[in-house]
Design a protein around this ligand. Structure first.
Ligand SMILES: Nc1ncnc2c1ncn2[C@@H]1O[C@H](COP(=O)(O)OP(=O)(O)OP(=O)(O)O)[C@@H](O)[C@H]1O
Ligand SMILES: [Mg+2]
Length: 338
């Protein structure tokens, strides 16, 4: 394969003092899902899903087990063909990118490293195939903390070590977009703290990081934006700060008169958003205010709960978990439950 120029930005470069890159929701998205749809038999894995990921931001792709996150990422990377819709990276489908490994680095599930080969050999082979300078391999092994284990056979690696090796592989082409499916899996607390630092630093260079996660506490410490999915459908997207609403609380109400309550709450100046299972979330309101509103208008209430707007976890459950508020749960939810 033809040799290409070495990537210009070494990932080990000191980020301090780097000029701020154009970034944020105002800039053109680098990843766009447009009405993505994928069925597996009778399972609607991904259902008319649209969202955008912007440069200079860490975007959390959040959803319960079986909600279609991995399937979406696989469509984004051209590994699965959508039934309908489009996934674009830098405005084009992944398969049309002239130099995919420089545009997108991805870590999905473990991808068949030969167990008898060392991490260093693996990365060297891949670097050569991708036209990347082999010196970068040692730099990357150092970055992900595998230098001491670099000459050991990958077959003997722990889950966390394999995860680090996958990340090094994804970074070979110094990509401007990083896609990580559950990157914290198997990492120890130090590894997780490092990963958090790393993602922030990477995005700080004006690149985009899209990471799926089921670890909400973890995600909330690192993400700027979230895309929340449930049952393959978009539940919410945007900057975390906006989705949380104004300081204070939000109130989630389950009522047979959801449309009327939503209208009344909006009329009273509250931000209103649909919640899981046909409920409504009234942002920036106290339970007293919502209670009074419902009493005044004689609205029947089936359930009401207060959400702390400072917790991504609360927001997530309000948007994705139809069992919220029923206790005790009859069973653990199955993957793919709606
Ligand atoms: N190749 C496949 N064949 C059949 N069904 C599939 C296939 N891939 C995914 N699915 C189904 O599609 C749905 C979405 O799966 P997906 O792996 O995308 O979810 P996920 O959000 O990544 O879940 P998790 O949090 O557990 O990783 C699930 O019901 C899953 O069983
Ligand atoms: Mg998954």
């Amino acid at each position: 394969m033809e040799q290409q120029a070495e990537p210009q930005v070494a990932v080990t470069a000191d980020p301090v003092g780097a000029a701020p890159a154009p970034s944020g929701p105002g800039w053109a998205p680098v990843i766009e899902a447009r009405n993505l749809t994928k069925h597996f038999g009778s399972v609607n894995a991904v259902d008319d899903l649209s969202f955008a990921v912007h440069p200079g931001r860490v975007t959390g792709f959040l959803g319960p087990n079986g909600s279609g996150k991995t399937t979406t990422l696989r469509m984004l990377l051209g590994l699965v063909a959508p039934d309908a819709g489009q996934a674009l990276v830098g405005g084009v489908p992944y398969r049309e990118l002239p130099e995919p490994c420089r545009a997108v680095g991805a870590v999905l599930e473990a991808s068949g490293f030969h167990p008898a080969r060392s991490a260093r050999n693996h990365l060297r082979v891949l670097a050569t195939a991708a036209g990347v300078d082999r010196r970068r391999v040692d730099e990357l092994l150092e970055l992900v903390g595998l230098t001491d284990a670099a000459r050991r056979a990958v077959g003997g690696y722990s889950l966390g070590m394999r995860q680090r090796l996958e990340l090094a592989r994804a970074l070979l082409g110094d990509p401007s977009v990083l896609v990580l499916d559950e990157p914290a899996n198997g990492l120890d607390p130090q590894g997780i703290a490092w990963l958090r630092w790393f993602m922030r630093w990477y995005a700080g260079q004006g690149r985009a990081v899209l990471m799926s996660s089921h670890l909400l506490a973890e995600a909330s410490q690192v993400v700027d934006d979230v895309v929340i999915v449930a049952g393959g459908r978009l539940a919410a997207q945007g900057p975390v700060a906006d989705l949380m609403g104004p300081a204070g609380t939000s109130v989630q109400v389950r009522t047979p008169e959801v449309a009327r309550l939503a209208q009344l709450a909006q009329g009273a100046g509250f931000a209103v958003r649909p919640g899981a299972d046909g409920s409504v979330i009234i942002g920036g309101a106290s339970p007293d205010q919502v209670g009074r509103l419902m009493a005044e208008h004689r609205i029947v209430v089936h359930a009401m709960s207060t959400l702390s707007t400072s917790s991504l976890e609360e927001l997530f459950f309000a948007l994705t978990d139809p069992r919220r508020g029923t206790s005790p749960p009859p069973r653990a939810p199955w993957p793919g439950d709606r």
